[in-house]
Design a protein around this ligand. Structure first.
Ligand SMILES: [Zn+2]
Ligand SMILES: [Zn+2]
Length: 791
């Protein structure tokens, strides 16, 4: 019997019951081999680097899940996996803070995170979960490193690198935001060190070119374009007067060369070691080199610099212009020197104004300038990038050991290679248990203190004694390929002999990812690295697509007290208490209602009770025998059909807040005393709220259908609507002549707003024709309201 007497809705019991039942029936565990219409719905997996998920994380996961559930209702076989990005600096810093060994902490976090993730009511494919610290997983992260090495994309080199004194490790450029560490927010120093790099720069053009082919938010696309920072221009040689030296400048505006009135070089430009520069410039250089990049940027508005006392000879006019040093010019971009054109560059103008340097406003033809310079061997066309190679090694403990060994004997052979990759059949190189695992900051990783049995191994080349690399790889390498692993996880567990990073057939079927949903904070970090790795794998013939995420949706943030939720601000809200008090459905609905999913919104728990009352009201209506009867009343039938249509459009475009608002309108009409739904229509009405409130909708659906065999509402299709019922309402427009009503016009709501159409129809009305004796001098039109001909 569906028309149960009104009974109390106990969310705790209901939610626990369906969690078990969905699990038993594998409701969300799609058959990956046999699925006919695959849809890979992916959300960015969390760092388990806190006590648990906070409401901000739940916001991200709920919104992604609503989308996945809706796609399932469109007839797709939806695969929605989850896992933990638990290796790396985030989890390790948390372990340092708590003073617990990261391996032990990982077990605690894993249990806690998975319990929370299960409670929020997402349709996860639990059989395919993965953790990046699982040797079964990082074996392949190490394999990926070795492939990079074998293809010449991984190399060891000395370079100026970012060093975080607080995290006691080097960082990639992408992990430094305005001079501070992305993780701990401490100021980053520059050091010259030998490290492992991936040649992501080889793919700069490809990464740039493919941006045009992917459906991503513009702000993320432009962040990637900017980070890659391709600029085409000219390198121009300037002779330094009275010396045999030359300075090469890079410019994207060779047409402004006649306006160049001085040269500015970086304080660490090597030419400064060859010139006896002014005392003032020497002092400036010393001061500038002490400053961190952050301090340099902080003083950017207030220009500083010093005249070196030397002059450069203009390669076209032969005029002499002074050479300055200033810290706004960076050695690692372009040539570390620029020609300054105050007439056509704001920064140069500010510098010129401060130091009384001249301005010349003269433009030339770009190609002509190039030809003139080329003839004098003073100009070379050049493309510059902001993108640098990906620094991949970390002097930390909690990560996959870099699978390389060093053999001194082989290094001494003529043309010999000291560094050798670990043979693939010896993978994984297990992370050894080390009690003293905290970073020391001496440039060496904690694995230096690993037992000799781990540290020393056989050289794969000569069989002699070789030492393992003791750095681990960057956490962003772990997440650069996890989406490739998910579909194959279960198959690999069931067939240990498979021994492949991903199954070929499953990968062909499920990838690339259909929808990737996550926050914008990874605009250039994770998203750039994952694209690079995928393009490289495609190049090596290991994947048949280049872009891993052809469609990306970036959600907004949940704000509390005007700020992003973070521990340091002390405004973190844990979902558990709300789920206990109101149920996961209420919290889900509340979160999806705070604002457009793309924008985020403000978390105020005062409105939570209201959302809970709304869901209880729905429960009462659906289970009230006076509200579910044989035939749906006309007004409600129209409203239901319109709601099915509009909510479908809203959810498909991530406008969950307006979808909920429309559902509230539907419920309000239903609550009117004479309005009832038929059982069949009530079932349609529960299906459309199911993606947002999965538990209560399942409970109501079961009470309405009362099937012998369990058939979940979440495996039902989105209901069809009746076109005739959703048509816009008819609007009556009064038509006047000289302000007097002569006749009315019945048109659709849409039509009523278009003057040309209304005018045309009005002129045909008999009683209007009769009074419209001459062509009107003026026509007054109020869209949707009125038309008045003035004659
Ligand atoms: Zn740091
Ligand atoms: Zn050797």
């Amino acid at each position: 019997m569906y028309n149960l007497a009104m009974k109390q809705y106990k969310h705790t019991d209901v939610e626990a019951k369906w969690r078990v039942k969905w699990d038993q029936n594998k409701t969300y565990q799609v058959d990956l081999d046999k699925a006919k219409k695959p849809f890979y719905n992916l959300m960015m997996f969390p760092y388990p680097s806190a006590e648990g998920l906070h409401v901000g994380n739940m916001y991200a996961f709920t919104g992604a899940d609503v989308y996945g559930r809706f796609q399932r209702q469109q007839g797709y076989d939806v695969f929605e996996p989850i896992g933990l990005d638990g290796f790396g600096i985030h989890s390790e810093n948390y372990a340092i803070k708590l003073g617990k060994h990261p391996a032990k902490l990982a077990k605690v976090s894993q249990k806690r995170f998975y319990e929370q993730l299960a409670r929020i009511g997402n349709g996860f494919a639990w059989n395919n979960k993965l953790e990046t610290y699982d040797p079964e997983y990082y074996k392949w992260t190490q394999w990926l490193f070795i492939q990079m090495y074998k293809k010449g994309l991984a190399y060891r080199g000395k370079a100026m690198v970012n060093w975080c004194p607080s995290c006691k490790t080097v960082l990639a450029d992408e992990q430094v935001e305005s001079g501070v560490c992305e993780r701990c927010k401490n100021e980053v120093e520059r050091k010259e060190m030998e490290q492992w790099f991936f040649k992501i720069t080889n793919y700069a053009d490809k990464l740039l070119e493919n941006i045009e082919k992917i459906d991503w938010p513009n702000k993320i696309k432009s962040a990637q374009r900017q980070w890659i920072g391709r600029s085409e221009g000219l390198e121009i040689a300037w002779e330094v007067a009275k010396t045999a030296e030359k300075i090469w400048t890079f410019t994207t505006r060779p047409d402004t060369i006649y306006g160049a009135t001085f040269i500015v070089i970086a304080p660490d430009h090597p030419i400064l070691n060859k010139l006896n520069i002014s005392k003032e410039a020497k002092e400036y250089k010393l001061q500038a080199l002490k400053k961190t990049e952050q301090k340099r940027k902080a003083t950017e508005k207030d220009k500083t610099g010093a005249d070196t006392g030397f002059e450069a000879i203009h390669p076209i006019t032969g005029n002499r212009i002074p050479i300055w040093i200033a810290d706004f010019v960076l050695m690692d971009y372009g040539t570390g020197a620029i020609m300054s054109v105050p007439a056509h560059d704001e920064r140069d103008a500010a510098f010129a104004a401060k130091f009384n340097l001249p301005t010349i406003d003269k433009l030339a033809d770009k190609d002509e300038v190039f030809k003139l310079l080329e003839d004098k061997d003073a100009g070379v066309k050049k493309t510059n990038y902001h993108l640098r190679d990906w620094l991949i090694s970390r002097q930390r403990y909690w990560g996959p050991p870099i699978p390389m060994v060093y053999c001194e004997k082989c290094a001494r052979l003529p043309g010999g290679q000291g560094w050798q990759p670990v043979p693939e059949d010896q993978l994984p190189v297990l992370l050894p248990a080390v009690s003293d695992w905290e970073p020391k900051g001496d440039g060496k990783g904690p694995l230096e203190k690993a037992p000799d049995a781990w540290l020393y191994t056989k050289c794969p080349n000569c069989g002699g004694k070789a030492k393992r690399e003791t750095d681990v790889s960057d956490t962003f390498l772990d997440s650069s390929w996890y989406f490739l692993r998910y579909p194959s996880v279960k198959k690999n567990i069931e067939n240990p002999l498979l021994d492949v990073p991903w199954d070929e057939g499953l990968t062909k079927k499920w990838l690339p990812v259909n929808a990737y949903i996550g926050g914008a904070e990874h605009a250039v970090l994770h998203l750039l690295y994952a694209r690079f790795v995928t393009i490289a794998l495609h190049d090596w013939g290991m994947l048949d697509f280049e872009e891993p995420f052809p469609f990306l949706f970036s959600h907004g943030l949940i704000i509390k007290d005007g700020a992003k939720m973070s521990k340091s601000r002390g405004n973190v809200i844990v979902p558990d208490d709300y789920i206990d008090k109101y149920g996961a459905d209420t919290l889900r609905m509340y979160l999806m209602f705070v604002g457009p999913y793309s924008q985020g919104g403000d978390f105020r728990d005062t409105s939570m009770a209201g959302m809970n009352r709304f869901l209880l009201r729905c429960w009462s209506l659906f289970t009230d025998s006076q509200k579910v009867k044989a035939k749906t009343t006309n007004k409600l039938l129209r409203k239901l059909n319109q709601t099915i249509k509009q909510m479908g459009e809203d959810i498909a475009s991530f406008k969950y807040n307006t979808a909920i608002a429309r559902y509230m309108e539907l419920v309000n009409v239903w609550r009117e005393t004479d309005q009832v739904l038929s059982k069949e229509d009530a079932i349609s009405a529960i299906k459309i709220i199911a993606p947002l409130a999965p538990y209560v909708s399942e409970e109501i659906y079961q009470s309405l259908t009362n099937d012998e065999e369990f058939a979940s509402v979440h495996l039902e299709l989105w209901p069809k609507f009746d076109e005739n019922q959703v048509k816009e309402d008819i609007i009556t427009i009064p038509v006047q002549v000289n302000g007097k009503l002569r006749q009315t016009l019945e048109v659709s709501c849409e039509q009523s707003k278009i003057q040309s159409e209304i005018e045309k129809l009005a002129r045909e009305l008999p009683n209007v024709k009769k009074y419209l004796l001459s062509e009107p001098k003026k026509t007054i039109f109020v869209p949707g309201r009125l038309l008045n001909f003035v004659i």
